[in-house]
Design a protein around this ligand. Structure first.
Ligand code: UD1
Length: 338
């Protein structure tokens, strides 16, 4: 059985990815410090797949702790590296926390991969590296800019670190997946997004408002240059996104390319108001919301050209927006019942 190490494997995207790897017959070793996730996620994964992954409560920024994992699992064929802080606002207030954790985490992962000769890396990057693109949809060739936030900048820096490191070895290969906006939850509602405190992201804010945990959703700006004035993003179903990691590893195993980048989105942009409509339509629940000022640092519109992933990886987003949004609601309801 082929083995993969998944850092950040109890997190939102990580946990859905662990499920997809296990469903595809891989053995999975999860590394997570549980700083933004919960050990019970492993039970959810077990209920879905019938198998609990091997788990290490280890911080990737701690080289000595990480060493133990790699030493014990040096027969792994790939590392899927999610473990990172991701709160944009927090990163503006605490930049060094982000540079320390996200950049050092990757450096440690790469160092262990070299030491133990684990040849393949899938890195979780973000469309934030494109900033506000001049031409839409964005392709992998679109210019990369310095992102607005330190969080975003760690993604850009980490992509650069990967390129430089690959150039210095003859066996290491990597794929960076630039995610657009992941939303939704596994159809079983056994795992999903569980933000700690007040959510920053749109979908958890919507579902928490609908369930009564928040009074009202604030829509950040309706004066953008978009058809309804609200900002546009490419919202991708987290299970579709998770599957992209499995095909990325399969690609690494058979292709000769040392480094490739893929946009992982749906190829379609939706405005904030369209997401609210999709939520109300698919769930039958009416949402309280008001229009407020723009949120500093937000871009106006971004969506992906996914033709490279479609063609080279044979991967395509499958879930409809309504299904995806509804899955987030079903997860929210299940969480609050507990
Ligand atoms: C942000 C990050 C992105 C990161 C993603 C997931 C930037 C510029 N973006 O994406 O890199 O991968 O989070 O953590 O760094 N909105 C509201 N009301 C709310 C919340 C959001 O109107 O309460 C709007 C936003 O203004 C935006 C859209 O919903 O137009 C999506 O926001 P959000 O879910 O926070 O994701 P991004 O900001 O696109």
């Amino acid at each position: 059985m082929q083995k993969v190490i998944v850092t950040g494997g109890t997190g939102y995207i990580g946990s859905h990815t662990v499920v997809e790897f296990q469903n595809e017959g891989f053995e999975v070793v999860v590394v997570d410090n549980l700083s933004n996730s919960n050990i019970e996620v492993l039970d959810g994964i077990e209920r879905i797949t019938g198998k609990k992954p091997v788990f290490y409560k280890v911080d990737v920024a701690n080289s000595a702790e990480l060493e133990k994992v790699f030493a014990e699992h040096s027969d792994s064929i790939a590392v899927i590296h999610f473990a990172a802080y991701k709160a944009v606002g927090d990163s503006v207030k605490n930049p060094l926390k982000y540079y320390h954790n996200n950049v050092e985490g990757l450096i440690n992962v790469l160092s262990k991969m070299i030491k133990y000769a684990i040849p393949n890396l899938v890195f979780s990057s973000s469309c934030t590296v494109y900033g506000q693109p001049e031409v839409l949809p964005v392709t992998e060739q679109s210019p990369v800019v310095k992102p607005e936030s330190p969080y975003g900048n760690t993604k850009k820096i980490n992509e650069e670190i990967i390129v430089d490191t690959l150039a210095s070895t003859d066996f290491l290969k990597a794929i960076s997946l630039r995610y657009f906006n992941p939303i939704g939850a596994h159809p079983s509602s056994e795992i999903g997004e569980l933000p700690i405190g007040v959510p920053d992201n749109l979908l958890p804010y919507i579902t928490q408002t609908a369930i009564g945990l928040r009074d009202e959703l604030s829509v950040f700006g309706n004066d953008y240059n978009t058809p309804d004035g609200t900002a546009i993003r490419d919202y991708i179903y987290v299970c579709d996104l998770a599957k992209a990691h499995v095909v990325a590893v399969k690609r690494l195993l058979k292709s000769k390319e040392q480094y490739e980048i893929f946009n992982i989105g749906t190829g379609k942009g939706s405005s904030v108001l369209e997401i609210i409509q999709a939520f109300e339509r698919s769930t039958g629940v009416k949402l309280n919301y008001k229009i407020v000022a723009r949120r500093p640092g937000d871009v106006e519109k971004v969506w992906a050209d996914t033709s490279k992933a479609n063609k080279v990886l044979g991967w395509k987003a499958e879930s409809s927006l309504d299904q995806t949004v509804k899955s987030a609601w079903e997860w929210e309801r299940k969480v609050r019942e507990r």
